[in-house]
Design a protein around this ligand. Sequence first.
Ligand SMILES: C[S@@+](CC[C@H](N)C(=O)[O-])C[C@H]1O[C@@H](n2cnc3c(N)ncnc32)[C@H](O)[C@@H]1O
Length: 233
Amino acid sequence: MNKFPEDKAFWLRCWENDNYEFFDQKDVNVHLKNYLHLFMLTNNDICFIPFCGKSIDMIYLARLGVKVIGVEISKKAVELFFKTYELDYSITKIDPLNQWVYQSNNINIICADMFDIDLSLLTNKVALWYDRGAYISIPKCIREKYAAYINHHSALISNIFMISTYYNGISDKPPYSVSDVEIKTGFEKSYDILKLDCIRNPVLSNMRLEKGATFQFFNLYKLVSRKAGHHHL
Ligand SMILES: C[S@@+](CC[C@H](N)C(=O)[O-])C[C@H]1O[C@@H](n2cnc3c(N)ncnc32)[C@H](O)[C@@H]1O
């Protein structure tokens, strides 16, 4: 039997069953608010949100004046995003990507499997790749694919802000436990890595306790591409 939930089917089922409360945030992510200044974004910079779901963080970023590009596999999640925030949108199929894009002022969401998208056909520069709940939402074998994708596109991606988690006990469901070593080995090929913070979760969830955890940390990293030029740690 497969030890891990099949990644895409798992997430599509979550959205279909309205089972998204376990990760969907009601408020803007506090770490995004606290650390965004480190990325020195300017107006019209592109902020890329992999696996965006219907995240409120996209609203926050767009209001600051950056251009948001999200990618989300679930059509229902994308439609819920625009409905929740009462945004008008148009849907177009963009060449040469051959994917559906939902457009609303400075928020564009591509409804697709991110791994099918050649980033260079979309943009020539991503000022910030904001990963909250993307990398840690997929099992190890898919995380390797994610790291390969990021490394492959490192000439386009200047900075990454990664919010990760590390805990002990059984890690067989999202969010998966990811160690510092894994971040290092996955991304050091093309990025300089700075650990910004390590915050201990003061109250473990029942689910974590049942799976034998005695600690959980939220780890924040800034990754700076060595190929995208003029950015420093
Ligand atoms: C834990 S949720 C996080 C959503 C969002 N980042 C947030 O902070 O609320 C993970 C999301 O990734 C989406 N997803 C999973 N695999 C994907 C893929 N290969 N391409 C695009 N989206 C994917 C899922 O549908 C789900 O909405």
